[in-house]
Design a protein around this ligand. Sequence first.
Ligand SMILES: [Fe+2]
Ligand SMILES: [Fe+2]
Length: 230
Amino acid sequence: MLSNHVPSLIGKYADPTFTPLEFKAMEWLDGFYQLEHLLATRQWAIKLAGSNATDALKFAALVHDSERFFPGGPTGTPQNGFDDPDYLIKHSIRSAEFVEEWLQTQNPEPDDVFKRRVRALVLRHEFGGNTEEDILQAADSLAFLSTFDWLVVDWIRRGSYTNAGAREKLDWTMTRIRPESALRLALPLYTEITAVLDNPGSFRMDLAERRALAGNWRLLTGECCQASLN
Ligand SMILES: [Fe+2]
Ligand SMILES: [Fe+2]
């Protein structure tokens, strides 16, 4: 039940290096049920890149799927599978456009080098490319495996995907990972999340409440309750 999950989620993604721009981006996406996935992607990207994690990589990780928060986006169909370039390209471009427009409204507006790099990373997050772009793509995969057990169960219960279809998504999430270090981190997560698929009926969680928690950045970053955490 809810009460079992809240304590482990409070401050799970706390990070003293969040920039003012990142806090504003979280406010922009407040309530988006994929915010936890975005925060986890940022966290995995930092783990994979280590001291080479740039501000652009961290920021792109935090906003890479932003377009899904705004109605009217592209939709994939289960028949086309998860590795559907038509969908993935539209999704990547729409996210990059939303992010660029949002960055242009910020005061101070980030410089052109930062904006261009963020745009390129968001455009490449589903496909990878150079080392940093491969890291973002791998972090995205890791963050799916580490945060979305509840979503996979939700898909099956709602009938959006069959069990086999959900498994195909997890397999594709693994297959696309390129850096070896990321693959090693992903294997135990894949084992855990596929175990959930083996018996989705035994998954005890209020899915509507879990979805709301996943969109609560203040809780996830610990900003909600600094006093009680100290
Ligand atoms: Fe995406
Ligand atoms: Fe993602």
